[in-house]
Design a protein. Structure first.
Length: 154
């Protein structure tokens, strides 16, 4: 997924009856079909898939309440939304080398950076990357600082 420096913005206005009006960077989107609240996720997935990047989403309710978030393209490897939860595979992730009784965290690697000659590293990430689910998983020993890479179950 490419993430631009400036994200496109999707504006969603929700009428009192739940009807959606959507625009992408000020241009009407999906105005050829009726949209309701239940269609919001599908429309955002359609937009992010079409432009292959994250977007800022601003939702305005009829009572004036507003919400803002970042939407990312759907993960093609993710199960279909209507797939029953009982049909989804669940697996445990495991790693070794930790101290007995130590707390172990599951970390999600979304970016890597080499340290400078002084051993310092800094990574600035757009919010869309913080929400994305791509990259590698690692287990991190919070006391020992042992890192055990794992692969996500298929």
């Amino acid at each position: 997924m490419k993430t631009p420096v400036v994200l496109s913005t999707v504006h969603v206005d929700i009428d009192t009856d739940g009807t959606l009006t959507v625009d992408l960077d000020g241009r009407p989107y999906a105005d050829d079909r009726p949209l309701g609240r239940a269609d919001l996720r599908d429309v955002l997935n359609e937009i992010t898939t079409d432009i292959d990047t994250a977007v800022r989403v601003e939702v305005r309710e009829s009572d004036g309440t507003t919400y803002a978030d970042i939407a990312t393209p759907p993960d093609p490897a993710a199960p279909a939304r209507d797939e029953a939860p009982s049909n989804r595979r669940r697996s445990a992730l495991a790693g070794t080398g930790f101290k007995p009784g130590e707390e172990v965290a599951l970390a999600y690697v979304i970016a890597r950076r080499r340290a400078d000659p002084d051993g310092c590293a800094s990574i600035n990430l757009p919010p869309a990357l913080m929400a994305a689910t791509r990259g590698g998983l690692v287990l991190l020993g919070l006391t020992s600082q042992i890192v055990a890479p794992v692969e996500a179950p298929s």
